[in-house]
Design a protein around this ligand. Sequence first.
Ligand SMILES: Nc1ncnc2c1ncn2[C@@H]1O[C@H](COP(=O)(O)OP(=O)(O)OP(=O)(O)O)[C@@H](O)[C@H]1O
Length: 204
Amino acid sequence: MLDVRQLQFRYSGPTPAWEFNLSVTAGECLAIRGASGSGKSTLLGLIAGFLQPQRGEILWQGHPIHTLKPWQRPVTSVFQEHNLFEHLDVFTNIGLGLHPGLQLSDLQKQAIDQALTRTGLSGFGRRRPGELSGGQRQRVALIRAILRRQPLLLLDEPMTGLDPDTRTELHRMLLEEKAHGVAMLLASHDPEDSKILADRHWNL
Ligand SMILES: Nc1ncnc2c1ncn2[C@@H]1O[C@H](COP(=O)(O)OP(=O)(O)OP(=O)(O)O)[C@@H](O)[C@H]1O
């Protein structure tokens, strides 16, 4: 279970201050609702560890994680910027999410191939991100996050630029992750994403 307790944050300069309080249990998807600029990405950035809170706690299974580096947290995230390595091909980008030294088992290699096929990217494994469309890059980022199988998945506008069939397949993959006990936080302006994936809503 994720517990965010009295988590206070403000950017430098004359910007709003936030205090976040929420919890998400294993296998649950919490949709974060709020107008553009209300702080949804900020909250996800704090949980991922890309931003440092001024006060408060983030607990996972009762243990504080807000003191950990991003890569030490039981978290994986898909942000709008994708964060793919431009000099590496699609397969390697995904594989590095599974093992930093790319020591992949046959099962993991199969899982990557299968996920690429399911999302219409069969045959794209050797392409670099610069040779992909925005929606294709988004799919690669999502596959990488899903296959990493961290207990907590942060999704910031995850379906941007995807066609209806690919969205349906990715919704299905995310529902499978939920069924495996992955907890999710979803920031999306698309009501369809929330309707299909979310168990609860939380308003900012
Ligand atoms: N690095 C920064 N420095 C100062 N202010 C920032 C910074 N990043 C974001 N903000 C401000 O913080 C507020 C919240 O931004 P945030 O990106 O969290 O909103 P959001 O709810 O995710 O918006 P959207 O739905 O448009 O993605 C906005 O007013 C934004 O301008």
